[in-house]
Design a protein around this ligand. Structure first.
Ligand code: PMV
Length: 331
């Protein structure tokens, strides 16, 4: 019997950010508890085939991954082999319906899907918390794409995994509008940039302010309070980008600044619209469903190439149809 499994996973968007790690902690240990939302309609579909010969191979969006990405995926699969006790080769084919490696959390969905599809192909039944814990080693934020219920997720640092905070139907009016600022891939991975921030003079401040942002966001989500969530989320993202810039890295481009300014100006006219941004140039706006048209218009007029609207999404789903295998030179 062919050992194959396919899973569809959504990326997640952090409301307060996982950014920075400590040297003496296990890999990808967040500094602060953090909350994220699964993004409806954005999907990574991943098929894993196990075989007893050949080599590992990773094909994403129709192309074998770069040497650097190969190393990262192969290391992660070695980690899974050690944790789960299997020896087979992994042949992975994955497809995103949104821009890859551009600050839209494709690594979160990607490593979550890689974990879930591998475990399923091995025919193992593991608790969700263990799956989330395992995915964290591929990419920290991947632990938040694992919880099956989807919706709002919180990553609890001392437990080492993420779990559902509230299901998608808890706050059906909550929206994320992404102002896409570029279709290209980023040059510096978040993991690399995070290492640099330890040397920043702003690092201690980032450490001490994180808990308040998390608490306000957590309460805000539970109370469906867009003002509380948005205010803490924007403050948190602004601080993170200031910290990143202080190390000589910037993920923003000429479109990002005017978009963020325009969102703030829109808010001055009374619309509850708050921006966030990750390791990429896109500006993502938190708002409520009736305000989506004005937020989209604001983003388009201030530089967005296009907009993507999303709401709290479903968790991972396994599929019976698989992506076709792709032969690579290494496999
Ligand atoms: O999980 P990584 O290594 O892709 O880092 C995620 C970093 C941010 O997206 C900027 C923040 C977050 O919490 O998702």
């Amino acid at each position: 019997m062919e050992r194959v499994a396919t899973v569809e996973v959504s990326p997640n968007l952090a409301l307060n950010k996982y950014w920075g790690t400590r040297d003496n902690m296990p890999k990808n240990t967040a500094l602060h508890n953090n909350v994220a939302v699964h993004l409806d309609g954005l999907r990574t579909t991943t098929t894993v085939r196990l075989s007893d010969e050949g080599k590992d191979s990773f094909v994403i969006n129709g192309k074998p991954v770069s040497d650097k990405d190969f190393e990262r995926h192969a290391k992660f699969i070695d980690y899974l082999r050690g944790e789960l006790g299997f020896g087979s080769r992994v042949n992975l084919v994955s497809q995103n319906n949104y821009p890859t490696s551009a600050g839209l959390a494709s690594s979160a969905a990607g490593y979550a899907a890689e974990t879930l599809a591998t475990v399923k192909a091995l025919d193992l039944e593991l608790p969700e918390t263990r799956l989330s814990y395992l995915a964290r080693s591929g990419s920290g934020s991947a632990c938040r794409s694992v919880p099956y219920g989807g919706g709002f997720i919180e990553w609890i640092v001392k437990e080492g995994y993420a779990r559902q905070l509230a299901p998608p139907e808890h706050w059906p009016d909550f929206r994320v509008v992404v102002g896409v600022a570029s279709e290209g891939e980023k040059e510096i991975s978040s993991q690399e940039a995070m290492k640099r921030t330890r040397q920043s003079p702003l690092f201690e401040k980032w450490l001490s302010n994180g808990e308040d942002d998390y608490q306000q966001i957590r309460r805000g989500v539970l109370n469906k309070d867009i003002h509380a969530v948005g205010e803490a989320a924007e403050r948190n993202a602004r601080r993170m980008h200031r910290l990143i810039r202080s190390t000589g890295v910037t993920y923003w481009n000429a479109q990002s600044w005017p978009m963020a300014d325009a969102v703030e100006a829109l808010r001055d006219t009374g619309t509850e619209a708050w921006w966030t941004s990750d390791a990429g140039p896109h500006i993502k706006v938190f708002c409520l469903q009736p305000d989506v048209p004005v937020v989209e218009k604001t983003l388009r007029e201030s530089g967005a190439l296009r907009t993507i609207v999303s709401k709290p999404g479903e968790g991972p789903m396994y599929a019976d149809t698989h992506l076709p295998p792709v032969k690579t030179l290494s496999a």
